[in-house]
Design a protein around this ligand. Structure first.
Ligand code: ADP
Ligand code: FBP
Length: 337
């Protein structure tokens, strides 16, 4: 009988618990025990093990965060840490490890694979959706829903007070949350790292000025990815206020985007991938991520998920940029009417 170990690693993502549930239930169907290690790779190295029983899984899918806890543990890059993890996994007679996490976690899984004989599998769990080889990641659509709801709320007060807001969303190196929440929130402008060329301060200020002229009683929302503007969204708001003469407010959404109950799509994705991970273990697969492409479960070599950049969907970028233009054009029509 095989034993499977599971960790959740890096930034937690809504749906990780539903994924753990599917792994534990599917494994039990095949008489396979599942052991969790708390706090990601640190938990393996320090042997923070936690048996996972099907009976414990009844009320977990609905919860955000991760019942296995997570961490950022840079020490795992060391060879000694990987060797220690391999020794702990062997002591527990583990034959496969499932890592639920993002690109950093998959680098960790790939690293461990070189020092351990067991099977290593990755499941894409990050709100950032920045893993190549899968259309979406566990937690992404819930985070977009959360950002959209926050944008809607800001829209209402901004509209009531005719204010300009810069709303900062998560996504350290990738604009997926930015793009999707900008479209869903009908933002007047969007700043995400993938835009070529990047809008300049003067362009943004000019758009704000024109919109204010045409529609002085309306709100104007700009969605901005974190880490994009030097000094952050507060500094961008300060510079735009100075350039336009209109007060521009900053609203960083922060970690509220990461918590919360997973939406239906994330629960379904998580359970689909959790079940598929156990099937991959039974098929003897190692060194792969289990992802989803066009509704089908796919197995992708781990290194291909983090060595390549995942592109934004150019049709969605065009959609947002086009609607921004039309928004502006309709302002001009009204202005001249
Ligand atoms: N190059 C690497 N080699 C080994 N382990 C790594 C490497 N990069 C990241 N890790 C491990 O994966 C963990 C999660 O990575 P991180 O980038 O923080 O989050 P995410 O997996 O969500 O992208 C790190 O804290 C570390 O333990
Ligand atoms: O909570 P922390 O450690 O400050 O990390 C914040 C980062 O984690 C994320 O929420 C998720 O990123 P990862 O999934 O890659 O860990 C990013 O969007 C954000 O930049």
């Amino acid at each position: 009988m095989k034993r499977i170990a599971v960790i959740t690693s890096g930034g937690d993502a809504p749906g990780m618990n539903a994924c753990i549930r599917a792994i534990v239930l599917t494994a039990s169907q095949h008489d396979i025990e599942v052991i969790g290690f708390r706090h990601g790779f640190r938990g393996i190295v320090e042997d923070l093990n936690q048996p996972l029983h099907p009976n414990d899984m009844r009320l977990v899918s609905q919860r955000g965060g991760t019942i296995l806890l997570s961490s950022r543990y840079p020490q795992f890059k060391e060879v000694d840490a990987a060797r220690q993890a391999a020794a702990v996994l062997d002591q527990h007679d583990i034959s496969a490890l499932v890592v639920i996490g993002g690109d950093g976690s998959f680098r960790g899984a790939h690293h461990l694979d070189q020092y351990w004989d067991g099977q290593v599998l990755g499941l894409p769990g990050t709100i950032d959706n920045d893993l190549a080889g899968t259309d979406t990641t566990i937690g992404f659509t819930t985070a977009v829903d959360t950002a959209m709801e926050a944008i809607d709320r800001i829209r209402e007060t901004a509209e009531a007070m005719a204010r300009v807001f810069l709303i900062e969303v998560m996504g350290r190196h990738a604009g997926f949350i930015g793009l999707h929440s900008a479209i869903a929130g009908s933002a007047e402008a969007m700043l995400v790292p993938e835009l070529e060329p990047q809008p300049k301060l003067a362009d943004l200020a000019d758009s704000i000025r024109r919109a204010r002229q045409a529609f002085p009683d309306s709100s104007y929302l700009i969605v901005v990815s974190e880490n994009l503007w030097p000094g952050g969204v507060e500094e961008l708001a300060r510079q735009l206020t100075q350039a336009t003469g209109t007060t521009c407010h900053s609203a960083p959404l922060g970690h509220i985007q990461r918590g919360g109950r997973p939406n239906a799509a994330d629960r379904i994705l998580s359970m689909q991938l959790g079940q598929a991970a156990v099937h991959a273990v039974l098929d003897g697969i190692s060194g792969h991520m289990i992802g989803v492409e066009q509704g089908h479960v796919v197995r992708v070599p781990l290194h291909l998920t983090f060595e390549r950049d995942k592109q934004l969907d150019s049709r969605l970028v065009d959609l947002q940029l086009g609607l921004q233009q039309l928004n502006f054009a309709s302002n001009v029509v009204k202005e001249s009417a």
